[in-house]
Design a protein around this ligand. Structure first.
Ligand SMILES: [Zn+2]
Length: 135
């Protein structure tokens, strides 16, 4: 059986992983369950939760804990932050500016090494002139 980061890729895990990889909306477990269920039959929500826990513990996917307490899942393994648009509730991947590192942004204790990051930002986008005209 194929393994990914030491995790046996069962039929269920593969369907769950594919559902996440094809998503760019940082889906919830319930959304992943819906999408993975369209791929294989007999999947349960409990199995999806188990798959998500196993794969996030193995570092295959990222589990996000957002402000409202809902867990979301992200397939992007590059270091990045998340920005939630408070108007649409959409979550966007935010990358560091080219050539910058977290050490440039934060006052870290002397000698500290960053081994991971979880940064969740909230905000909104400026109203476009088109939207202003409609109001
Ligand atoms: Zn992300």
């Amino acid at each position: 059986m194929v393994r990914c980061a030491g995790v046996r890729m069962t039929r269920q895990r593969r369907a769950v992983l594919e559902a996440i990889l094809e998503s760019d909306d940082h889906p919830t477990a319930a959304q992943i369950f819906e999408r993975a269920s369209a791929r294989i039959s007999g999947l349960s929500l409990a199995t999806v939760y188990n798959c998500l826990e196993t794969m996030s513990a193995a570092g295959i996917i990222n589990k996000l804990h957002l402000h409202n307490g809902t867990s979301r899942y992200c397939p992007n393994l590059f270091p990045h932050a998340h920005f939630t648009d408070v108007n649409s509730n959409c979550i966007y991947d935010i990358h560091l500016k080219p050539g910058r590192s977290l050490q440039d942004v934060f006052e870290l204790p002397e000698g500290a090494t960053i081994t991971g990051m979880t940064i969740c930002l909230r905000g909104s986008f400026p109203t476009t002139s088109h939207e202003t005209e409609k109001q």
